[in-house]
Design a binder for this molecule. Sequence first.
Ligand SMILES: NC(=O)c1ccc[n+]([C@@H]2O[C@H](COP(=O)([O-])OP(=O)(O)OC[C@H]3O[C@@H](n4cnc5c(N)ncnc54)[C@H](O)[C@@H]3O)[C@@H](O)[C@H]2O)c1
Length: 275
Amino acid sequence: MRLQGKRAVVTGGASGIGRATAIRLVEEGAEVWIGDIDAVAGEEVAATWNGRIHFQHTDVTSADAIAALLHMAEDAGGLDILFNNAGAGGARAAIDAIAPEDWDYTQALLLRSVALGIRYAAPMMAKRGGGAIINTSSVSALGSGYAPTAYSTAKAGVLHLTRLAAADLAQHDIRVNAVIPGFITTNIFTRHLDVSEEKRAQANEAIAGMAAHAQPVRRAGRAEDIAAAVAYLASDDASFVTGTSIVVDGGLTIGTRASWDATQPSLFAALEAFQ
Ligand SMILES: NC(=O)c1ccc[n+]([C@@H]2O[C@H](COP(=O)([O-])OP(=O)(O)OC[C@H]3O[C@@H](n4cnc5c(N)ncnc54)[C@H](O)[C@@H]3O)[C@@H](O)[C@H]2O)c1
């Protein structure tokens, strides 16, 4: 019960990482406000955790909507924790083909939303004598090949914003950190597909089949793995931790696949043949 009596806001809390984190924060004693564009799933989470999780329809590309969501926790007694997490894959086009408005939308969804969340939460937290902000980045911030370019660039921006905001807000005892998820089995991979529910279920199944073999740790990444890291960063256990990030990726970014997967062609294995 590390978060007893705390009030938290979680964006993108209707599904996946946000949902699992909202539940984890409640299990550790917090009261949580989730903001999401998916009202059906959001209301369902709130109904299941009646009185501990509240849902507010929130589009994080809207500054007013973010401010309104944060005010709900503020008005209930004060905001202690913000998890800036809502997101989607964004524009998938390559850099030599992307439309300017698609680039802008992706940055607004994944980077501007985080900046504005911090912008509005910080004065509320400063008034209370401090708080904890956690932002969702991605392994795609660390290198190519994980996600589309616009998304990956925004997620790299989230990492740098985390450092700069931590420096700006330390004077108010507000800690700002990021979590870097690897391949986590959620609905994010199939959400954009314009297909029947049956086809979507098939696609989700195919992804689940890949997930256990995508990284050195031999099981699929779960939303709860990220929730555990966020709960730590939100708690006083992390009171000396700010301006940094925790990679939770089952070793996905350790190095080349050949370094941990013996079925992959490797230079060292090739040289063995000449000994
Ligand atoms: N799943 C992964 O492998 C992975 C890896 C790295 C980073 N991430 C990041 O984790 C975060 C959560 O993703 P997830 O995997 O849980 O996906 P998800 O699709 O299960 O959940 C994302 C939630 O965000 C909501 N959302 C989307 N656009 C929104 C908007 N404009 N305003 C408010 N809510 C909005 C969706 O409705 C959904 O409930 C995202 O920022 C994503 O980029 C995910």
